[in-house]
Design a protein around this ligand. Structure first.
Ligand code: FPP
Length: 264
């Protein structure tokens, strides 16, 4: 047996079986990219008389479930909002808990991410994060960069407006040095400066816990996304909730500003 075959066998043997796509869903009309605002961790904990941070810990389990299902069902990209530029305003204890949680989860899950061929990237101003977390992020990004599976983007210290300002600044700098003609700035040139460059725009945005806001998330990229809002709190988000979101998406007629539905 050749060496590469033995390695493949090993990977397959250690991988959990793929979750089948529920029959209710049309495999030909799944979104290519799902974005998620994971909201309601604090309320989930409060309902159980637990400290808020327990909600975040349980939220990690919901995230792992969602990533695995999206990956198994062939969804190309999952982008989640883990920490916004505004989240620094939370109590210091909660912020440090979250930073430590990100570190622990990343260190613990890296091997599984590699095994499952997940390509992980972190979007946001990463230099403001604790040094240990930055190192783990660099390592995880590098180690999974060539993976061929789902693109898993974790928005951390991310703000949509800040991302747009940075893109404008980068273009302005190129104009100032004479390497870019202002007339050449079109939507594609602008999108190429965003942290999501190279990723298709999300087709579906899911927001949990019943809030009707986009909270400074992917302001450019969500221009034509279908929005699914559920009352389910993020730690309770499970396969049934994901199926409901995908069914809702499949029942929409996407017209992108035109009059005729556009097929995915
Ligand atoms: C919002 O709920 C949730 C967050 C700000 C944190 C989400 C983070 C995780 C689920 C962990 C992700 C881990 C990794 C490694 C990516 P909330 O606190 O605003 O809930 P509330 O609105 O009920 O108060």
């Amino acid at each position: 047996m050749s060496r590469s075959l033995a390695t493949t066998d090993l990977i397959q043997a250690s991988r959990q079986p793929l979750a089948p796509l529920p029959e209710l869903l049309d495999p030909a009309r799944l979104p290519a990219h799902v974005a998620v605002i994971m909201d309601g961790n604090g309320r989930w904990a409060k309902q159980r008389n637990l400290p808020r941070v327990m909600g975040h810990r349980e939220g990690v389990e919901a995230l792992k479930r969602t990533l695995r299902l999206c990956s198994d069902w062939g969804i190309g990209a999952l982008t989640t909002y883990a920490f916004s530029t505004e989240n620094w305003n939370r109590p210091g204890e909660e912020v440090s808990f979250l930073m430590t949680l990100f570190e622990r989860v990343l260190a613990r899950e890296l091997e599984a991410l590699e095994r499952e061929q997940v390509r992980i990237r972190f979007l946001g101003d990463l230099e403001q994060l604790p040094a240990g977390l930055q190192r783990l992020i660099e390592a995880a990004t590098a180690r999974t960069a060539a993976n061929t599976g789902i693109h898993f983007n974790v928005c951390t210290n991310y703000g949509g407006r800040r991302e747009l300002v940075q893109a404008a600044r980068q273009l302005a700098a190129q104009v100032a040095t004479g390497t870019l003609d202002p007339e050449a700035i079109d939507e594609a040139a602008f999108a190429a400066q965003l942290q999501t460059a190279g990723e298709v725009d999300p087709d579906l945005l899911i927001r949990t816990s019943g809030e009707y806001r986009i909270s400074n998330f992917l302001l450019w990229q969500l221009a034509y996304a279908e929005i699914h809002i559920t009352d389910v709190l993020w730690p309770d988000f499970d396969e049934a909730a994901l199926v409901r979101a995908l069914l809702d998406y499949q029942n929409r007629q996407r017209r992108f500003g035109g009059v005729e539905p556009v097929e995915a």
